[in-house]
Design a binder for this molecule. Structure first.
Ligand code: SAH
Ligand code: SF4
Ligand code: F3S
Length: 473
């Protein structure tokens, strides 16, 4: 497997060369398409890291003279940003990519590129090379900034290219295009060092590398000046921010961001329990701008399974962090990720996960049936769990959490929350949706003039998936 260890910086010269490739593509677009610029479409799978990477890809596409289009059929440049976390994620992407063969046959000028975690694995790249001849290029997660020269090469009908980086650095200075300026992802670090035994991420995203506080604070200031009201700091394990560069930790970084003038709030994802520090909990308790929501994936309630997962904490250690968190931030919302049917998980060990849910009382969980990933230690373990047993455990987990979620959501009834209005509801145009401190969406009557603004909403009703309320002064 392609396992990358370098944490070298990508040089400003390398980025400048790509920005110059952008200008070359733009000039050619102006010549070829005159007043009718060609469209680009990006299909994103997977987590927020991929969403953030796609915003940088979109920034590069715009610099190349492409314009965003709403339908893939109208695009002259299509990029897929893929995920490899579970088998289902890869299958879904491969099936949509397979469909592109018809569009390419109808439009030979169409350029199709595939990026992201799936094509950061040698075996997937080899397969695409052979089975998808209409794909112009692939680029792994370390090569986002190289897309302009790949597009230029494809337009000049050069050989197809398949990039597997040997240097996973940080490319600063890439433009970003965000559809909603009031809500922003802000990547503070990339990669992961943890090698949980089931997980593909360290193999496809390289080792942890932190951006400098200066680069992050500069971007945060720009975002806030540009109208950002809700900023999420992103990384696979933001709790270990700064360790690789000997810089301030996540708590100090967040406190610095909070000092920036402006009416905004701050979130962060994701946290690894082994690094969840007292200083981070204190920052959440003391800084008004930090949302009292902690996503702290536990994965399993059994200390034996946690050991086999290489998570490096016990059930007791995890519960002690939760206790500290609840004591310091009384109304905190806590969410988690859970894997059921990890190889060798017994019924008794699974019931420890259920009892942990009862004890912690999460606001919400993201739960997954274990999916073997080629090249990870867990995929080679004996005692893979039977599908029917896995499904049964999964259903029991969901049903218990539904009861807890309903109870947690109900605590907001009667309260007035400061909601950042996101959008018009997809099902009813007289309703708006937004988010407050709770991880659940909030629906209320309103109009599109509210989008991007903070609105006070009194919660009147709650269900499993959302809260409903009325606008108050
Ligand atoms: N860095 C984050 C999680 C990233 S992946 C963290 O450690 O918290 C998001 C979630 O996908 C994980 O928390 C885990 O619950 C799930 N996941 C990862 N690999 C998986 C696999 N092979 N099968 C099923 N779920 C998996
Ligand atoms: Fe995967 Fe573990 Fe890293 Fe999260 S911390 S990305 S689960 S290896
Ligand atoms: Fe998927 Fe890669 Fe994120 S594997 S979950 S897109 S880091």
């Amino acid at each position: 497997m392609n396992c990358i260890n370098s944490t070298e910086k990508i040089t400003p010269e390398a980025v400048a060369a790509e920005l110059s490739a952008c200008r070359a593509v733009k000039e050619d677009n102006l010549k070829r398409y005159k007043d009718d610029p060609p469209g680009f479409y990006i299909e994103t799978f997977g987590c927020q890291q991929n969403e953030a990477d796609s915003e940088r890809l979109a920034g590069l596409c715009i610099l190349m003279g492409y314009v965003p289009v709403d339908s893939i059929k109208d695009a002259k440049l299509v990029l897929f940003n893929t995920c490899a976390i579970r088998e289902h994620a890869e299958k879904k992407a491969l099936s949509i990519i397979g469909e592109m063969k018809h569009q390419k046959a109808a439009d030979p000028e169409l350029i199709i590129g595939i990026g992201g975690c799936m094509v950061s694995q040698d075996h997937r790249v080899e397969k695409i090379k052979r089975s998808n001849p209409y794909v112009s290029f692939t680029f792994d997660t370390g090569a986002i900034h190289r897309v302009p020269s790949l597009v230029l090469g494809a337009r000049n009908r050069e050989k197809r290219r398949f990039i597997l980086s040997d240097n996973f650095g940080i490319a600063e200075g890439i433009p970003t295009y965000r559809k909603t300026p009031f809500k922003a992802w802000l990547s503070i670090m990339y990669g992961c060092n943890n090698f949980c035994s089931y997980c593909i991420v360290p193999y496809v995203r390289g080792r942890e590398r932190s951006r400098t506080p200066e680069d992050i604070l500069r971007e945060a200031r720009e975002l806030i000046e540009g109208g950002a009201r809700d900023i999420t700091l992103l990384g696979q394990n933001v709790n270990s921010y700064g360790k690789d560069i000997g810089e301030m930790d996540i708590a100090a970084l967040m406190r610095e961001i909070c000092k920036i003038d402006g009416d905004f709030r701050l979130r962060f994802m994701t946290s690894h329990p082994k690094d969840a520090s007292d200083s981070l909990i204190a920052a959440m308790a003391e800084e008004e701008k930090i949302i009292p929501h902690f996503h702290l994936p536990v994965q399993s309630g059994s200390t034996r399974v946690l050991g086999a997962m290489n998570r490096r904490y016990t059930r007791e250690k995890y519960l002690s962090i939760i206790e500290k968190l609840k004591a310091a931030v009384p109304d905190v919302s806590i969410t988690s990720d859970i894997i059921v049917a990890f190889p060798g998980e017994t019924e008794e060990e699974f019931s420890e996960t259920l009892s942990l849910l009862e004890e912690v009382r999460y606001d919400m969980i993201f739960s997954f049936i274990y999916s073997p990933r080629e090249g990870t230690p867990a995929a080679a373990m004996d005692c893979q769990i039977d599908r029917a047993v896995a499904n049964d455990r999964y259903q029991r987990l969901l049903s218990l959490q539904d009861t807890i979620t309903a109870e947690r959501n109900a605590r907001f009834e009667g309260r007035t929350l400061k909601v950042l209005c996101d959008d018009v509801s997809k099902t009813d145009s007289s309703m708006m949706t937004g988010r407050a401190d709770t991880p659940r969406p909030i629906h209320f009557k309103g109009d599109s003039s509210m989008i991007g603004k903070f609105i006070n909403v009194k919660i009147t009703k709650s269900d499993l998936f959302s809260l409903m309320g009325e606008v108050v002064e």
